[in-house]
Design a protein around this ligand. Sequence first.
Ligand code: 4AD
Ligand code: MG
Length: 481
Amino acid sequence: MPKIVFLWIKFFNRIFMEHQERNIIRDLLKSHKVDIDVLVKGWVRTKRGNKNVAFIALNDGSIIHNLQIVVDVPSFDEELLKKVTTGSCIAVHGKLVQSAGSGQPVEVIASSIEVYGTADPDIYPLQKKGHSLEFLREIAHLRPRTNTFGAVLRIRHALSFAIHKYFNDNGFYYLHTPIVTGSDAEGAGAMFRVTTLDMENLPKNEDGSVNYSEDFFGKSTNLTVSGQLEGELGALALGAIYTFGPTFRAENSNTPRHLAEFWMIEPEMAFYDIKDNMDLAEDFLKYLITYALEHCHHDLEFLCKMYDEELIERLKFVTENDFIRLTYTEGVEILMKSNHKFEFPVSWGIDLQSEHERYLVEKHFKKPVILTGYPKEIKAFYMKQNEDGKTVRAMDVLFPKIGEIIGGSQREEDFAKLEYRINELGIPMKDLWWYLDTRRFGSAPHSGFGLGFERLVLFVTGMGNIRDVIPFPRTPKNAEF
Ligand code: 4AD
Ligand code: MG
């Protein structure tokens, strides 16, 4: 085509594109209307074809599926088409038609293409398909452009939304608890220090210790390990609250289930006992999984096909069956009677390892399990003490492939018993005066739990490693992106 005609077409198309509204690929793939003008924008997954016709697979992140763009090669500028390579970002104006091929319901016959950003095939890291998940972790800044991470991130979003919806629909208030905390009493894990002191030149007390009164907050502060203690303050005023925020644990745990920065959901309810707490946890988990099954089926089908063919069955199974409830003592008896060889031997009083939890869930009951009545020595100071003097009203929800997904308890509401336990454990009382005030003034029976958000996403997506269900994982020696 003569250059001048081509430039005119390009000019008019540009004006047209600027005035037409962009169509979302998710909507077009569902659309029953064809033979309409559309404008789509997205990233090229592949381009194939010959000197007459080219097929571009375009993805805009709105859905796992690509939209096929059909290009009549001779009527396009050769230089422009050369720039359309895997990873490049383009806008396409054209006609939506019923697809001639069998792979897709509709496709777009391109009338014009604009290239927003090229992606040099010699250096674009996602040029080829089928990279390992380990490799993709090294390019966490680009991995959202893969099918796998697109699916995981959309499911992660849907679950976040469902969490807020569940609590809002059930009369809970969202409470924002602090990220920087002056108390390290919860004891849920090692903490990250927050400071503005000059590390090279620390102010010192006479005895040589660091003088934190010169620090930003006038005291030593850390990143929170849990919003629970503040959550309890909220529950004893608003009735039922939940938190949903980042929490931080500086443990050197290099496992497929631990992160140093993870998101936790912590509901806390006045007037709930341990049974109410278990009922809520079970109902909540079933609601979230059902929500994902109903709203994320394209992404779940993809993950099922690529990674875990039992995924959807497993999710349905959890929503359709009652969780098994038993005490820690009963659980330990089952483990001891089993002839299974565990890496860590079992006896009453041990903190259960993931291998023990998974044996109960996957081998023995073949259902999710809620264990209660743990020895007080292995649980936190605030848990309600049972009459036996040995156990507390703790509850852990154990899931297939995951182990512990929820940890919670009924809280000790009795001031004297709580104070006694705090002293017994040698926890500095001065750090907890504000927490103890809830038991001093208008104390009430109450309960709550914490759901590890990434463990939930791990379960729902069927992925094998927690580093692959959060956009930017924080683990020991890893905070690049
Ligand atoms: O059992 P945890 O330590 O309980 C608490 O923090 C309580 N304050 C919760 C409460 O009663 N409000 O943690 C709760 C959940 C665990 O069951 C697990 O799912 C998740 O948080 N979790 C982690 N997830 C990823 N990485 C880690 N390092 C985690 N540690 C705990
Ligand atoms: Mg726990």
